[in-house]
Design a protein around this ligand. Structure first.
Ligand SMILES: [Zn+2]
Ligand SMILES: [Zn+2]
Length: 473
């Protein structure tokens, strides 16, 4: 039987979405550097994965997007994936969606058309696209604080509610810019020189795809980790598992993963060799206190605002007395040593009751948070893919078609079939499970023929060498 808190949250979530849509309509939009809605063909159709309500995702036909601004490209998608963040709208927890909004922000492909103002990309280039859409020119972009680009999100509602607008994101609803997402056969990418990373042929699709978000996000989660640290990671989804791998690369002394899902704990233990705690079996804070009596140096919260454990917080969330549960944050603060560091990488969206502000104050805890500035980190991540130190494929659990996306949402949401991370090909280029590696090899060579002539766009991989110091600064 469905828990009562879920039953309550259905109509509340629907109502929340409606209220946000009406408020957006009344307030209108702020002028931005590019129109988020692409022009679309009336005659040429394509397939896209779209939002239709809580738990309701469709695979449907939409008009193919057209070049809509001079610095656009049209991307023929060759691979895409579904992120934990995509489950927020699926669960009705991220309002601001309308019927037939295209979902998804992790995708890559081949450039099919190039606008006249695009300088460094050509037709046929193989690129991965950043989940965060940036203009490359505003104050925040110039400071490499790309996720907070000032000119790509037109939501006046976000400005009114939060004081300012963060940057736009693909496929995350109109509060976050209203850009159609990447779970489609084709995507229009605005400000393409800044939002595409050119890929060398030695990095296959099933490694490169994850540069769009999760590889960079998980590295961003580790920005306070130093060699020799003891790190606790709450949540062992893709970002938690990748963060554990980054901690190993950085040289953390001990890494302890906390989750309630057996197969993820097993994967972390078997593939990465980290220590694990199943919170259904042991109280995580008490166990950590026994394992590390002085407290851990760094806590990474990779769980998210939706996962209330106690009835009190489940009810408060269901009744919108709070939007986000602070329970993981409380556990992190209790397990941290004095002067410890807490990084929130999980999405938080609104407000939380019983936030442990006194714990933070009395233990001198520094808390950092925020969405990843992808363009700051993706070249460093690419280098780590190329030199073999990071192979993201240890979490790849499902190779499927784009038309399977509605099923993948369901499986991910319910932790079915040991789902961790999907790799989806548009149906027209799905090679079949037996030819999966062959397909990756063929498509890896589909871009520009030589590895050294990759232009000089912001995404060209050979220009900047990122060091760890640069990332953590
Ligand atoms: Zn994501
Ligand atoms: Zn900007």
């Amino acid at each position: 039987m469905e828990p009562i808190t879920n039953v309550i949250s259905h109509p509340v979530a629907t109502m929340q979405n409606l209220v946000v849509n009406v408020a957006d309509k009344i307030l209108g939009r702020v002028p931005v550097s590019t129109d988020p809605k692409p022009l679309r063909s009336d005659t040429v159709m394509m397939n896209a994965v779209t939002w239709h309500g809580k738990g309701d995702v469709h695979y449907e036909k939409l008009g193919k997007p057209l070049l809509s601004a001079e610095d656009d490209i049209i991307l023929r998608v060759t691979a895409a994936s579904i992120c934990g963040t995509d489950l927020h709208p699926y669960n009705g927890d991220l309002p601001g969606f309308k019927r037939s909004d295209t979902l998804g922000h992790e995708f890559m492909g081949l450039i099919e058309e190039v606008g006249p103002a695009v300088q460094n990309l050509r037709v046929g280039d193989r690129v991965v696209v950043s989940a965060a859409i940036i203009c490359g020119k505003c104050r925040y972009c110039l400071a490499e604080q790309y996720d907070c680009c000032d000119t790509t999100n037109s939501s006046k509602l976000m400005e009114q509610a939060y004081g300012h607008r963060k940057g736009g994101l693909f496929g995350c609803g109109h509060m976050l810019g209203d850009y159609p997402g990447g779970l489609a056969d084709y995507v229009r990418v605005p400000h393409a020189d800044f939002n595409c990373l050119l890929l060398p042929p030695d990095v296959p699709d099933d490694k490169a795809l994850y540069l769009s978000d999760v590889l960079c996000t998980s590295l961003h989660a580790c920005r306070d980790v130093k060699p020799g640290d003891i790190v606790g990671i709450w949540g062992l989804g893709t970002v938690g598992l990748f963060a554990a791998r980054w901690c190993q690369i950085i040289g953390a002394k001990r890494i302890i993963g906390i989750s309630g899902t057996d197969y993820r704990l097993n994967l972390a233990y078997e593939k990465l060799g980290i220590e694990v705690i199943n919170y259904h079996e042991k109280d995580p804070v008490r166990t950590l206190n026994e394992m590390v009596p002085d407290g851990i140096d760094v806590a990474i919260d990779a769980t998210g605002f939706r996962f209330a454990k106690s009835i009190a917080h489940k009810l408060q969330r269901a009744l919108v007395m709070e939007t986000d549960t602070p329970e993981t944050i409380i556990e992190c603060m209790r397990a941290l040593r004095k002067y410890g560091k807490l990084t929130l990488i999980a999405s938080y969206a609104g407000w939380a009751n019983f936030f442990p502000i006194g714990f933070m104050f009395l233990k001198q805890i520094t808390m950092t948070s925020g969405v990843v500035p992808v363009q700051k980190l993706w070249k460093y991540c690419l280098e780590k893919l190329r030199d073999g130190s990071f192979d993201p494929r240890f979490i790849l659990s499902h190779y499927m078609k784009l038309s399977d996306a509605p099923a993948v949402y369901h499986m991910m949401n319910n932790h079915e079939d040991r789902m961790i991370k999907s790799f989806l090909r548009p149906d027209a280029i799905f090679f079949g499970p037996d030819n999966y590696e062959k397909g990756c090899a063929i498509l890896s060579l589909a871009g520009r023929p030589t590895g050294n002539d990759l232009g000089n766009n912001s995404g060209s991989y050979e220009r900047t060498t990122y060091t760890h110091e640069r990332i953590s600064s």
